[in-house]
Design a protein around this ligand. Structure first.
Ligand code: ADP
Ligand code: ASP
Ligand code: MG
Length: 466
């Protein structure tokens, strides 16, 4: 059993979709059970979300313009891909129906002047629902049996609509009940990524970039042998190829390395993708739709080639907040109160660092949350600030986290020295540092303007280009 997931670039137009159909057909030669999971066409999810948000603020033109883009892109692709006129007519009818739904939803949002998470989840998931029937027909056009399946029938989640969590038991039952009979009948299911539904059938989505997670959830539910993530690069690379031109494919990674890389910004995989695979030991491979002969990256429990530093990643758009004061030393509960105040603002902390002198605590969070978190801290510590136990709460905007990842760093001396040596030589200032106790990751906070230079320089310093 193989689950093949294709990302937005892989289904961007008729030519790419034809390539995807060829890869799926090819896989069927070696494995009778193939399930395909697809994203929306590239840019479509953004278009849907932006239209819905504009509608909420009274702008109706935006969704009318989006409507024509959606019609053109999907109908044009279908026309090229589906030679059977009856099949084409059926698919075009589905496309039109979905786009009418999009318009009606945006109109409702505009009338209400409000966009709820629930409404946004319905609208943002339409891209996958538009694309999957076209891809299924493109596979049928190769003489194979394939059928579009809405993941709302398979993946059962809670009602956190924008970033829903699956109920694996319910999902396993629903997925097997719906997909196994299809597979037994020799039909390839073509499933929408990203989308899911609550037990009562209300649509949800799994968070941006969540189609990778969809594939992993379905792979686990089906006890698949492999989950294949097909994208637009040659696998997981030593760094983002948009920053480092000479970045190289990592042939093998462990689940925890891949999870660290994804969490710290390697967009190639959604951070939760590894979770369903770990328990069952399902191999995840990351491959290039436009270079299908290349093996790409295999993600497994234990990698053969351990190495030390494997890859570098960047998370942008962050701010660093510091709570500092000589009077903090030895005062119990400062950290607890700090993070309680942060949590009350609903902000997500990405990294924490405290020096052993206890004179300051600093942490990194997404920039949009920063100013209200500072205000909340100033009010939480008003007494201590007044008594001069805490000198200040400071905000440093426009920072990034650069993460250095590799399980082999554990117990290997000298990595940090090399890191700081490399950055010091280039006069790149490190604002804060944290190392997880797993030692599989060292995170550095740098000024945003230094990020790309730092990544390029460290990539060379650690010999990652090979
Ligand atoms: P898809 O649409 O297939 O899901 P994404 O755009 O979500 O594709 O992810 C693939 C992109 O991730 C690549 O084009 C690449 O620019 C970016 N990327 C960032 N870091 C890495 C990395 N370490 N290895 C590979 N790709 C990376
Ligand atoms: N289409 C969704 C997004 O853009 C999910 C995905 O591509 O994985 O976020
Ligand atoms: Mg993606």
């Amino acid at each position: 059993m193989q689950v093949l997931k294709f990302g937005g670039t892989s289904v961007n137009d008729a030519k790419a979709i034809a390539q995807v159909a060829a890869i799926a057909a090819d896989q069927l030669k070696t494995d009778p059970n193939v399930v395909v999971v697809t994203s929306a066409m590239r840019g479509v999810t953004d278009l849907l979300i932006n239209s819905a948000k504009a509608a909420a603020s009274g702008d109706r033109q935006r969704y009318r313009d989006a409507r024509s883009t959606l019609v053109t892109r999907h109908r044009d692709a279908a026309e090229v891909l589906i030679p059977d006129l009856d099949d084409l007519a059926r698919v075009q009818e589905l496309t039109d129906e979905r786009i009418r739904e999009f318009e009606r939803l945006c109109m409702a949002v505009a009338i209400l002047g409000e966009l709820t998470d629930r409404g946004l989840a319905v609208i943002s998931g339409l891209g996958e629902r538009l694309l999957a029937p076209i891809l299924a027909a493109a596979i049928r056009a190769r003489g194979l049996k394939a059928e579009f399946v809405d993941a709302g029938e398979l993946i059962v989640t809670d009602d956190n609509h924008a970033s829903a969590a699956p109920d694996m038991d319910a999902t396993r039952a629903a997925t097997r009940g719906r997909l196994l009979p299809l597979l037994e009948a020799g039909v390839m299911p073509v499933v929408t990524g990203f989308v899911a539904a609550t037990p009562s059938g209300v649509p949800t989505v799994l968070g941006r970039g969540g189609s990778d997670y969809s594939a992993a959830i379905l792979g686990a539910a089906l006890d698949a042998d492999e989950i294949q993530i097909w994208t637009d690069v040659d696998g997981v690379l030593t760094a983002d190829p948009r920053i480092v031109k000479e970045a190289r494919t990592l042939s093998e990674l462990t689940y925890s390395e891949a999870a660290e890389l994804a969490y710290f910004g390697a967009k190639v995989l959604h951070p939760k993708t590894m979770l369903p695979a770990i328990d069952l030991g399902i191999t995840i491979s990351v491959r290039n739709t436009f270079n299908p002969g290349f093996a790409g990256t295999r993600i497994v429990a234990q990698a053969v080639n351990v190495g030390t530093v494997k890859a570098l990643t960047v998370i942008r758009g962050l701010a660093l907040i510091t709570v500092a004061g000589r009077g903090m030393m030895g005062v119990p509960g400062i950290a607890a109160r700090t993070f309680a105040a942060v949590a009350a603002q609903g902000a997500n902390v990405l990294m924490i660092s405290q020096a052993s002198s206890e004179q300051s605590i600093c942490f990194v969070l997404p920039e949009p949350d920063a100013s209200h978190v500072v205000a909340a801290l100033e009010s939480a510590f008003a007494g201590e600030i007044h008594r001069r136990l805490i000198d200040r709460v400071t905000l440093e905007p426009e920072v990034v986290i650069v993460a250095v990842v590799g399980e082999g760093m554990r117990g290997t001396p000298g990595i940090a020295a090399k890191l700081f040596g490399a950055l010091g030589e280039k006069q790149l200032n490190v604002i804060a540092v944290a190392q997880g106790s797993s030692e599989a990751n060292i995170s550095l906070v740098l000024a945003a303007a230094d990020a790309d230079a730092a990544v390029r320089y460290m990539h060379t310093a650690f010999g990652l280009a090979g």
